[in-house]
Design a protein around this ligand. Structure first.
Ligand SMILES: Cc1cc2nc3c(=O)[nH]c(=O)nc-3n(C[C@H](O)[C@H](O)[C@H](O)COP(=O)(O)O)c2cc1C
Length: 194
């Protein structure tokens, strides 16, 4: 009887330990209501789009990464505007840093940029050249003096479509955080504890 008890309890311990070892190697379950399948990629020169992206990060809990030209734009508005203007006129896709995390981990990607000459900056074209957004949902966002998001949408739609991604409406951030939260809520991205 004692031996039987000993065998049963020993087997129980072995099964429990094996279970722990097996589950340790498994990918962790994605938690409901968390945005750990959402990534924010933003480009920003003078910090306005950076602030927008960081507000979105706080509201969503998503991962965030800054898109950067491989060779930084020259400092000073006139200087970087001149280089950017040349890129735009010549349709140059400037080299970018390869710092974007593995996109396989994400379903939804928010892509933010300042509107330049009614359009996304050319680094956004470079982003789509290098990274594969197939199957992702892309939500563009922009900051600008006045140009609305919709000015950049045809370009963003073309880039997304060529990659096999779905594009959503997008929005222009103008420091109105209540409006931003409503937008995120409509898209199911607002984190519950906000
Ligand atoms: C080269 C350049 C072109 C711009 N073109 C526009 C434009 O077409 N429409 C607009 O409303 N604002 C335009 N702006 C203003 C920027 O979109 C705005 O200041 C933006 O918030 C800057 O974002 P950042 O601080 O993240 O770089 C332009 C700014 C620059 C530098």
């Amino acid at each position: 009887m004692q031996l039987k008890k000993w065998i049963v309890s020993t087997l129980t311990v072995i099964v429990a330990v094996l279970g722990m070892i097996i589950s340790f190697g498994q990918p962790q379950q994605v938690q409901a209501n968390s945005n750990n399948r959402t990534l924010i990629i933003y480009f920003s020169m003078s910090g306005t789009t950076k602030a927008a992206a960081e507000q979105i990060q706080r509201d969503t809990g998503a991962d965030i990464v800054r898109l950067q030209r491989a060779k930084a734009y020259p400092k000073g508005y006139d200087n970087y505007a001149r280089v950017a203007d040349r890129e735009r006129r010549r349709n140059t896709h400037p080299a970018i840093k390869r710092n974007i995390p593995n996109l396989n981990r994400y379903d939804t990607v928010l892509i933010g940029f300042p509107t330049w000459w009614q359009q996304p900056p050319m680094v956004i074209h470079s982003l789509f050249d290098i990274y594969d957004f197939r199957g992702k949902t892309i939500i563009p966002f922009t900051t600008s003096m006045s140009t609305p998001m919709k000015a950049s949408i045809p370009t963003m739609r073309r880039l997304a479509k060529a990659d096999g991604a779905t594009i959503k409406q997008g929005f222009r951030y103008d420091n109105n955080n209540a409006q931003l939260r409503r937008f995120l809520q409509r898209n199911g991205l607002l984190q519950n504890n906000n």
